[in-house]
Design a protein around this ligand. Structure first.
Ligand SMILES: [Zn+2]
Length: 235
């Protein structure tokens, strides 16, 4: 003869313990989830790379510009150091200076354009870094709150588990075996109390004949639509 009261109490305590375990597991998963930070970091990668490649281009152009300017200075010095002996040579250097002037001007434009673009990427990186820092700070604060909550739940769980052990002792071994078998296959629900002739778990209307079987209490009565043991208080 099943002890329906004890089964109802067992299910009640079993659910409390399992709910706490699920909450603790969820919180631990939440703490170990860094996907948002990783995602933001990954989104920044191409911007960072572009910014660095612009810095390299800028340095290269500046080197070229430096060489051109040094060369230009030499050419101008040569024009007036008395080493030129004829008009032809003089006009050749004059031409070279003009050509060089054009190259310098082009190179300066190119450095300015790179600086312009570089500024845009630097601003974007600044914004993204601020966002990333905020995400990390917020997560740290939330993790502290969640860690405290886990501690609280774990201490509650220890107490509730003692109560569960007591409820297990109040049931016979056959009941416990059946309970465990159904609970493991049915999301931790093995017993439901009958309410207004309906299964407390799936809410289906229980036929009169089955209600009578529950009341007679000769054996376990299983719901027709879900696999739970149907119980009534006082049985
Ligand atoms: Zn049911």
């Amino acid at each position: 003869m099943p002890d329906q009261n004890s089964l109802i109490n067992l299910q009640y305590q079993f659910s409390i313990v399992n709910d706490l375990k699920i909450e603790i597991k969820k919180l631990k998963e939440k703490i170990s989830d860094n996907s948002q930070i990783i995602e933001t970091d990954q989104l920044m990668q191409p911007v960072t790379e572009k910014f660095h490649s612009l810095s390299v281009s800028k340095r290269q152009q500046e080197t070229i510009l430096g060489d051109l300017e040094a060369n230009q200075k030499k050419l101008k010095e040569k024009m007036f150091d008395g080493s030129i002996s004829n008009e032809k040579e003089f006009s050749a250097i004059e031409d070279e200076i003009k050509q060089n002037e054009l190259k310098i001007s082009k190179c300066q434009d190119s450095v300015l354009a790179i600086l312009d673009e570089s500024d845009k990427y630097e601003n974007a990186l600044d914004q993204a870094n601020k966002k990333l820092t905020k995400l990390k700070n917020d997560k740290q604060i939330q993790d502290q709150i969640d860690t405290e909550l886990i501690k609280k739940y774990e201490s509650e769980l220890a107490k509730e588990q003692v109560l569960l052990e007591m409820e297990i002792k109040n049931n016979d071994q056959i009941s416990i075996n059946l309970f465990n078998k159904i609970a493991s296959q049915n999301s931790y629900i093995a017993v439901s109390e009958v309410n207004n002739d309906r299964c407390g778990a799936c809410k289906i209307l229980i036929p009169k004949s089955k209600i009578n079987q529950i009341k007679e209490n000769n054996d376990f009565v299983i719901c027709d639509s879900c696999p739970v043991i149907l119980c009534m208080k006082g049985k």
